[in-house]
Design a protein around this ligand. Structure first.
Ligand code: APR
Length: 322
């Protein structure tokens, strides 16, 4: 069987990390594409030269987005092209510049890799994945946004630290848009299957500490931006997108929180918002419509409103999206 092909559009911090993981895990051959051809080619060659040491046979090549033909036939495209946040910026501040990037990337994918499973990481995520889908014209089930896996991973790490347990025993659940309005759901987050509120009742933690963790999860991206000083998180976002890509490539049918196109679920129609979905060989195979209580639904609706505001702003900037 021919090797799979992974196209990475954007060869910056996340793109380079994605290439490293994809090569080490031998997910397939990797094509790195960037506005800056030297960055794409340099990272691809550096990783080729590392491959004899780690002993994997993925082939990596780099190219300029002046010519998208190298992505032809890609099984998966992961999009990180655009600009990241600087300290003091919100993800929404990136909208105008990254919307233009989504247009060129979407057109490139439409022409050269229309059968790919596309994972968007560029921020502001929920609006950018919506715009990328519009520009690419791909079926909605083949275009998803990476945010929930990352937000849930942050939540899991903080819970693992608080409860002093293995990260492997923590599941966590985050819904809504990838911004400060996201909705971490403690009721659906567990320590080895025991819901977090029950752990609190057993005296393992307090409501105040869990509230602080929820707040830190919401602001998790900004915390890293503040520490780095010159960019945003890249290891955890890359790992999260790889988990999604593997579920598609290996038809694992994992249930992962991702930005998916909703057609009435959770009362939302025509927007991409973070919800639990099943990813398999057909892309988004199911949307898991969990029951939200009144407070959770209100928080989710508030988050959806902010996503809607960003999508409306995209339509104003580029009337072709109307
Ligand atoms: N086409 C292709 N690549 C582009 C384009 C374009 N039109 N515009 C910019 N790029 C490239 C840049 O040259 C850079 O190499 O995208 C890359 C982005 O990399 P970084 O600046 O290192 O950003 P990164 O940390 O990888 O984050 C990328 O993901 O999480 C989000 O907010 C983050 O929107 C940002 C994106």
């Amino acid at each position: 069987m021919a090797r799979k092909k992974i196209a990475l559009i954007g060869a910056g911090m996340i793109g380079g990390t994605l290439a490293h993981i994809a090569a080490r895990e031998e997910l397939g051959d990797v094509v790195l594409m960037d506005l800056n051809e030297g960055t794409a080619k340099g990272k691809a060659l550096d990783l080729c030269e590392a491959s004899p040491v780690f002993g994997k046979d993925s082939h990596l090549t780099g190219g300029s987005v002046e010519d998208y033909t190298p992505i032809a036939g890609a099984d998966v495209c992961i999009v990180t092209a655009g600009v990241p946040r600087k300290p003091g910026m919100s993800r929404d501040d990136l909208l105008e510049i990254n919307l233009k990037v989504m247009k060129s990337v979407g057109e490139g994918i439409k022409k050269h890799a229309p059968n790919a499973f596309v994972i968007c990481i560029t921020n502001p995520l929920d609006a950018m994945v919506w715009a990328l889908r519009e520009f690419s014209g791909l079926p909605h089930n083949k275009v998803v946004g990476m945010a929930g896996v990352l937000d849930a991973a942050r939540f899991r790490w903080f819970l693992a630290e608080e409860f002093d347990v293995s990260v492997e025993d923590v599941t966590a659940f985050v819904m809504g848009g990838h911004g400060d309005t996201m909705v971490p759901l403690t009721r659906y987050s567990t320590i080895a299957g025991v819901p977090v509120p029950d752990m609190v009742k057993m005296g393992w933690s307090t409501d105040e500490k869990i509230d602080a963790i929820v707040d830190r999860t919401r602001k998790g991206g900004g915390e890293i931006v503040g520490l780095l000083g010159n960019g945003s998180a890249f290891y955890a976002p890359a790992e999260s997108a790889i988990a999604m890509a593997k579920s598609y490539l290996n038809d694992k049918k994992r249930i992962l929180p991702c930005a998916a196109h909703l057609t009435g679920q959770f009362g939302v129609d025509g927007l991409y918002v973070g919800v639990p979905i099943q990813i398999g060989a057909n892309g988004v195979e199911k949307i898991v419509e969990i029951t939200l209580n009144k407070d959770e639904q209100e928080m989710f609706d508030h988050s959806v409103d902010s996503v809607k505001g960003l999508v409306d702003a995209c339509k104003k900037i580029d009337p072709s999206l109307g």
